[in-house]
Design a protein around this ligand. Structure first.
Ligand code: RP5
Length: 181
């Protein structure tokens, strides 16, 4: 999709195509191969008018970069981090250990084990270091959860969330009515 190409451009270090929106949510992933799974988080947040920054940070391949990213995130103005990884998915938990910001983990499904390894790696955090984990591959929900976090102090985002929920309800009730007739 066009958005995926845009996200790829952002991840490769080119200037963000939406500089007018200061990034409030950092979206990171262990590899560029996670982008097809993670793009929906960026799309979702931008549909709520919430600015994002997207990049690749690997817990295992670029540990110093991960440290730098997590340590500077809050002071750079981010309010929440979405971290996606697959397999031995240590990125969300490690980032959560180095920032006071809320971290949402997205388990990326890989060829082997279908993401069960990823979800267990992200979900089973020790007491004291929370990561809010969404379902395997469901970066849309990560984006929605981040929008709710931002909405807690930006009323206009909360209003949009109520509209989103009302729309969802209408879609389901319309389908139900069609089925009944
Ligand atoms: C993880 O390893 C990444 O998050 C990715 O899901 C997985 C495979 O990475 P590549 O080998 O495709 O770069 O760290």
């Amino acid at each position: 999709t066009a958005r995926l190409e845009q996200v790829l451009t952002i991840a490769s270090g080119e200037p963000d195509a939406k500089p007018d929106l200061p990034p409030l949510v950092g979206i990171i992933m262990g590899s560029d191969s996670d982008l097809p799974t993670m793009a929906a988080a960026a799309e979702t947040l931008e549909s709520f008018g919430v600015g994002v920054e997207v990049t690749v940070v690997s817990a295992h391949r670029t540990p110093e970069r991960m440290f730098e990213y997590a340590r500077s995130a809050a002071s750079r103005g981010l309010r929440c981090i979405i971290a996606g990884a697959g397999g031995a998915a240590h990125l969300p938990g490690m980032v959560a250990s180095m920032t006071p910001l809320p971290v949402i983990g997205v388990p990326v499904p890989l060829k082997h084990l279908d993401g069960v390894d990823s979800v267990h790696s992200i979900l089973q955090m020790p007491k004291g270091v929370p990561v809010a984990t969404v379902a395997i591959g469901n970066s849309t929900n990560a984006g929605l959860l981040a929008a709710r976090i931002v909405g807690a102090y930006q009323p206009e985002v909360l209003v949009q969330m109520e509209e989103y929920q009302a729309d969802m309800k209408t879609v389901v009730t319309d389908k139900a009515e069609k089925m009944e007739t």
